[in-house]
Design a protein. Structure first.
Lengths: 277, 273
């Protein structure tokens, strides 16, 4: 932090440059928003269809507070979406890892799962929603399963790659130290695929987040950002729609690039493992 | 320096009370239609340092993997202390050219893994590792991750890792192959000292004649594929040896002569094919 304070001194052109570089992406987003805002205020655009960003922010702020409808509505929507997302992602990590290891390490795993996955992979995850609605009904389980399906393919794929990247000599070394099958699993395979699992989870989380929002539009009876956006369209509440989309974008970025991205960078630099993908 | 006295005894004397450690009888190994090894028989004595040399692709590494138990011979019997080798085990420590460290473990974590797998308490494991960390010159790097180490350091970790769980036989698969010349020379003299200290049976695969004659008691020369043992050269010189010793040069010429005749033969065969 102290470095940032120093670099803020205007006398140093190099750090000015650095500041510019770090806020540059924000400028690219801020300028269209400012134009939008100005156009709305000047009456150049239809503010019913395109409410200015300040109004959207205001609505979101109010809806997040005690005067929301219901009070704290935004927080409840976000919370519900995150709950479904994290539950589905956890399932994908556990089951995806198991399937990935089965494919990577065993012949039967390859024989059973590879054709299945190849067959299922091209199907857009949302296409499963009608089936799930009929099978499990209109509750959280449907959306959680959608998240699970959307995230697992990446998890499985990167884990299979991870195992293929492991040299047979790694197993030889472990066996020559007298490692049992169980020890090889917990002390060699699991840590060996961990960086791949993290990368797979990051990539899968992007797919899963997008699928979740879509699924919530189709299969949520109350709460969730997707539900909120869809519901707002019934009431023609444009600022809620735009606000919902903005929240989806922000949270999606945060999950994929900050939360899991940081974890990935930490393992990569510590272990010197680069997961090509 | 416990065993310096033993080193000073001339080789011929030591051999009198030598007991066979590794015995290979009529080993054949084929991969599909390719015969890698044809009828290899040899005996490696307890505490002997044997170097195996041969043209590239002759299956000398395969022979090491057979001793390690990673691969099984197609026919023939391979025994250690009279017991047939059926699988890898902690009585044989292996060091590969590519180090094969576990990147998610620190230097110390890599070195104590063998003891950890044998459920040795953490404290005792670290205590036992300490000695080899010191002897391999890794002190101060215990908490470093392999990705931050140079090739030479990584190979030291691999050697320390193999020695820490106290194997009776140390199997080295071209241990200096991935190192630059400077590092290699350091590592060779280090390994000579380590051998004195560790006092184990060592089998080393190499493609460098000078390495082989400098370090080993015996040099086995393998022929081109399908490989057989075409020479068993005893390097009758006390350890530690000086690389500039003229007698060493004679041994080197002898082994080089045998090896280059073999390489010529295999090249001629290849061209005629």
């Amino acid at each position: 932090m102290s470095i940032d304070v120093h670099s803020a001194r205007p006398a140093n052109p190099i750090s000015l440059r650095r500041i510019f570089d770090s806020i540059q992406p924000m400028i690219a987003i801020a300028i269209p928003l400012l134009i939008w805002e100005a156009a709305g205020r000047m009456g150049w655009i239809n503010t019913f269809l395109f409410p200015p960003p300040s109004q959207i922010a205001h609505t979101i702020w109010v809806q997040a507070g005690p005067n929301g409808h219901p009070p704290g509505a935004i927080l409840m929507h976000v919370g519900r979406s995150l709950y479904r997302f994290l539950s589905g992602l956890a399932l994908a990590i556990v089951i995806g890892t198991a399937v990935g290891i089965a494919i990577g390490m065993t012949r039967w795993g390859r024989l059973i799962f590879t054709p299945l996955i190849s067959a299922i992979m091209p199907v857009p995850t949302l296409a499963w929603t009608p089936i799930l609605l009929l099978l499990v009904g209109l509750d959280d389980r449907t959306t959680i399963i959608i998240v699970f399906i959307a995230a697992s393919f990446e998890v499985i794929y990167t884990i299979v790659v991870g195992i293929e990247m492991m040299s047979v000599k790694v197993f030889w070394v472990a066996r020559s130290m007298g490692a049992s099958r169980q020890q090889i699993f917990w002390k060699v395979i699991i840590p060996g695929i961990l960086p791949y699992l993290i990368t797979g989870t990051r990539l899968g989380s992007g797919f899963a987040w997008r699928a979740l929002i879509g699924a919530e539009m189709l299969a949520a009876s109350s709460y969730g950002l997707g539900f909120m956006i869809y519901d707002a369209s019934e009431y023609m509440s444009m600022d809620m729609i735009y606000g919902g989309i903005a929240l989806v974008a922000l949270l999606g970025y945060f999950i994929e690039n900050v939360l899991i991205g940081r974890l990935e960078a930490a393992t990569t630099s510590k272990w010197g493992v680069n997961v090509e993908r | 320096m416990l065993n310096v006295s033993q080193m000073d005894i001339p080789l011929a004397l030591r051999e009198k009370n030598a007991t066979p450690k590794i015995t290979a009888r009529n080993i054949r190994k084929s991969f599909g239609d390719v015969v890698a090894m044809d009828d290899i028989s040899c005996t490696i004595n307890d505490r002997e340092f044997v170097a195996i040399i041969g043209p590239s692709g002759c299956g000398k590494s395969t022979f090491l993997y057979l001793i390690a138990g990673f691969e099984k011979p197609t026919s023939g019997v391979l025994t250690i202390d009279g017991r047939e080798v059926v699988k890898p085990g902690p009585d044989r420590g292996v060091v590969f050219q590519e180090f094969v460290l576990f990147p998610w473990r620190t230097v110390l974590g890599n070195i104590i893994l063998g003891l950890e797998l044998q459920n040795v308490p953490r404290k005792e494991a670290e205590e036992r590792a300490r000695k080899w960390i010191r002897l391999t010159g890794l002190s101060g790097f215990e908490d470093a991750y392999p990705s931050t180490l140079s090739g030479g350091m990584k190979q030291r970790v691999a050697i320390a890792r193999a020695l820490t769980y106290d194997p009776e036989v140390l199997l080295l698969d071209e241990p200096f192959g991935a190192l630059d010349v400077q590092t290699k020379n350091y590592m060779i003299s280090d390994l000579q000292n380590l051998w004195t200290e560790a006092n184990r049976t060592i089998v080393m695969i190499t493609h460098s004649v000078s390495e082989a004659v400098l370090m080993a008691d015996r040099v086995l020369v393998f022929s081109a594929r399908p490989s057989r043992i075409i020479a068993d050269v005893r390097i009758d010189m006390a350890h530690p040896r000086d690389a500039r010793d003229p007698m060493l040069r004679q041994y080197q010429d002898e082994v080089t002569g045998i090896l280059s005749a073999e390489v010529d033969k295999s090249m001629r065969l290849e061209r005629n094919l």
